[in-house]
Design a protein. Structure first.
Length: 348
């Protein structure tokens, strides 16, 4: 059993809505007139996690760490290179497009760019109703009624159903994207940075809408983001990614109060806080640049930038293990009771 999944089952829950084990996604690099494969981009390199019913898992990390690729691979928009993806215990990893159709009703996505994710040639009502048309879930009359109800649910009125995407603001377009994601009554929604392209005030409205929908419909979310303040607000648990791997997983309170991985420590120290709270806070500045996923470092991927790096970090990849109850990290500094001096900004 995957240890991260085991935390939910130990609490007496049923099978998780989504379970991912050892997920890898590599993209081939082709060169020359014969397009020969000369290398691979290791975008996702052995990721495991679970999401329970009505739970939000925030997936955070720097740009290029592979978090969006995780979301797209989980939904089979990209085919995984290795690993297992299960929905309520049913393995969907190797299903072809036809056998995936029933599962696509149960898993939907909210895309990052509300301008690019809507077809400019279709009215807003047609966009929201299209999933029901594709899956043949309702006749025309019933479909229009359900679309109208969805527009009301996300804060738009019936009067907007015949308008086209260019007539809406960014926040309104994202509400249309949310309505489209809800059209098939899914259990799981993957949000690929769904508020990063919006103004801060609109971000709060969309986040609150998603939380209200989750309470009402018992939805599960995989919420991909780089903004830790947003993740802290919406998530129940948080997984931190670095260069294709998850380095820390725990509930949001534990993460922001007691970070256990040096990379998480650096991320938290970069979060802006009021001046009064900033006194005594230790700012962590990482040296160097993020290595290329084409040729990642051996051992721990983070050792080239880690201020606590040891010799074994350069050769042995640390496994994700439970350091405290419900708090998992992949770091040799926590092996055999060893600790390093963390100065979490949330605790300062």
């Amino acid at each position: 059993m995957n240890p991260v999944v085991g935390t939910a089952l130990a609490a007496g829950e049923s099978l998780p809505v989504l379970e991912v084990r050892g997920l890898r996604k590599f993209f081939p690099i082709r060169q020359g007139i014969f397009s020969r494969v000369t290398g691979q981009v290791r975008a996702v390199d052995g990721v495991s996690f679970h999401i329970g019913r009505g739970e939000t898992l925030g997936l955070v990390g720097e740009s290029g760490c592979g978090k969006s690729t995780v979301g797209r691979t989980v939904l089979k928009l990209l085919e995984p290179t290795e690993g297992r993806i299960s929905v309520h215990g049913e393995d969907i990893t190797d299903l072809d497009p036809i056998r995936m159709m029933p599962f696509r009703q149960r898993m939907q996505m909210i895309f990052q760019d509300p301008y690019a994710s809507l077809n400019p040639r279709m009215s807003a009502g047609a966009i929201v109703g299209e999933p029901m048309l594709i899956h043949e879930l309702a006749g025309r009359g019933e479909r229009e009624e359900r679309v109208e109800a969805l527009f009301e649910r996300v804060g738009l009125g019936r009067r907007h159903m015949n308008s086209y995407p260019h007539e809406f603001s960014g926040g309104q377009r994202q509400r249309i994207g949310i309505a489209r994601a809800l059209a098939l009554n899914p259990e799981l929604i993957v949000g690929d940075e769904p508020v990063s392209a919006l103004d801060v005030s609109i971000q709060a409205q969309i986040i609150n809408l998603l939380m209200d929908l989750q309470d009402e419909l018992k939805l599960s979310f995989l919420f991909v983001a780089h903004d830790l303040a947003v993740v802290e607000h919406i998530s129940h648990r948080v997984a931190v990614m670095y260069l294709g791997r998850i380095v820390e997983v725990t509930d949001k309170a534990s993460l922001f109060e007691t970070a256990l991985h040096p990379y998480t420590e650096a991320l938290l120290s970069a979060v802006p806080v009021p001046k009064a709270r900033a006194r005594g806070r230790r700012r962590v500045i990482l040296s160097g640049d993020v290595p290329s996923p084409i040729n990642p470092p051996t051992g721990c991927h983070f050792h080239t930038r880690c201020p606590y790096s040891m010799a074994r970090c350069r050769t042995d990849a640390p496994e994700l293990r439970e350091v405290h109850p419900g708090h998992w990290t992949a770091c040799h500094l926590h092996d055999d009771g060893v600790r390093f001096p963390l100065a979490s900004p949330a605790a300062a």
